[in-house]
Design a protein around this ligand. Structure first.
Ligand code: KG4
Ligand code: ZN
Length: 340
């Protein structure tokens, strides 16, 4: 098998999605995700349950990815897996499985940093998306992450801003929970926001470093605001759900855009790529489109299936590393706090 004509299996298990994908020459042949519904009733991810669900899901998910790609496991050139960062119990499942499979098939093992993978997902070949040009700024926004990264080459990345507490997805989900919406509430806040007035209520934007984020205060101000209003009118939430959601979303999106603007100003880089589950949000998508017109930015938003946690992004990193023969040793261990 030449290094150009390779089939790489990617495996992702860092949080609550068990995922496997096959990539061939930059094109995704299959991208399978088993999302764990078990956490919904707890309003957030329960690490021990996530680890157990990964153990149940990983074999069928990998089988399905191979079947959809229409290849046999013996055709695989290498196995790429998420080594970190993430929940230790979850990472261990993907790591142990990948090590055993690579050993059994006698093919190389490639370790992948989940955060780099969110960014490099922009290099998956699709008809809809064009890859960013180096250097560019990447903002990763999800339930687990909020970062702005300066990307000068595939594996040359520098974090220039990040959250000091909650991730932006948590800000959406925790605010939604206060409003009585089910987990994960982000997509519902977005749905209601589209019917509401974004200026109806005002929430504070926490002051931290110019490119850093803080979201823990937002949920507290939403809580105090709602409690106060409910004292006057017990039906306040149901009567104002669209305006409340629109105002929360406006605050969050405006805050994200402030930070991006600061990063563009600081670095002089006007090419901006976003990733992570919150990239699905209509508010941030519209704000980026507007920034293209208003400030001359070039923006990139990947297909939704490559934004949320997925294995296609692990597979593309696997392919890039396979080409430069960057393989992991078989004694590689999972790393919950893996850095770039
Ligand atoms: O990337 P992801 O699937 O998983 C990780 O957290 O890594 O992101 C999930 C997060 C959740 O917090 C969810 O509420 C949020 O992305 N999300 C949204 C939207 N769609 C997903 N938040 C706001 N608006 C949306 N449309
Ligand atoms: Zn992620």
């Amino acid at each position: 098998m030449t290094q150009k004509n390779c089939y790489i299996l990617g495996i992702e298990s860092s949080c609550d999605d068990t995922a496997a994908a096959v990539i061939h020459n930059g094109e995704i042949l299959s991208n399978v995700v088993a999302t764990q519904a078990i956490h919904e009733q707890y309003g957030g991810v329960v690490p021990e349950l996530a680890s157990r669900a990964h153990q149940q899901n990983i074999v069928p998910v990998v089988h399905q990815a191979l079947r959809k790609a229409n290849i046999d496991k013996n055709q695989l050139s290498a196995i790429a897996f998420t080594r970190g960062p993430g929940l230790m119990g979850s990472l261990l499942v993907g790591t142990s499985f990948s090590k055993s499979l690579a050993l059994g098939l006698d093919i190389p093992l490639i370790d992948v940093n989940h955060m780099q993978a969110h960014i490099l997902a922009h290099f998956i070949k699709t008809q809809e998306q064009t890859a960013p040009n180096f250097p560019f700024l990447a903002m990763t926004i999800s339930g687990g992450h909020t970062q702005i990264v300066k990307v000068t080459d595939y594996f040359e990345m520098e974090i220039i801003g990040q959250t000091i507490d909650d991730a932006v997805g948590e800000a959406f989900d925790k605010s939604a929970k206060i409003l009585g919406l089910p987990y994960p509430g982000g997509p519902l806040v977005d749905k209601y926001a589209q019917e509401g007035n974004p200026k109806a209520f005002k929430f504070p934007k926490p002051k931290v470093g110019p490119m850093d984020f803080s979201f823990s205060g937002l949920k507290t101000s939403v809580l105090y605001f709602v409690e106060k209003e409910m004292n006057q009118n017990p039906d306040f939430i149901s009567e104002n759900i669209a305006d409340i959601c629109a105002s929360i979303q406006f605050t969050i999106v405006d805050y994200l855009m402030d930070k991006l603007k600061n990063a563009v100003k600081k670095t002089g880089i006007k090419e901006v790529a976003i990733g992570g589950g919150v990239s699905a949000n209509s508010g941030i998508r519209n704000a980026l489109k507007e920034a293209e017109k208003k400030y001359g930015w070039k923006t990139h938003i990947p297909k939704f299936e490559f934004c949320t946690d997925n294995a296609a992004m692990i597979a593309i990193v696997g392919e890039l590393k396979y080409k430069s023969q960057e393989f992991a040793e078989n004694n590689v261990v999972a790393s919950a706090r893996m850095k770039f």
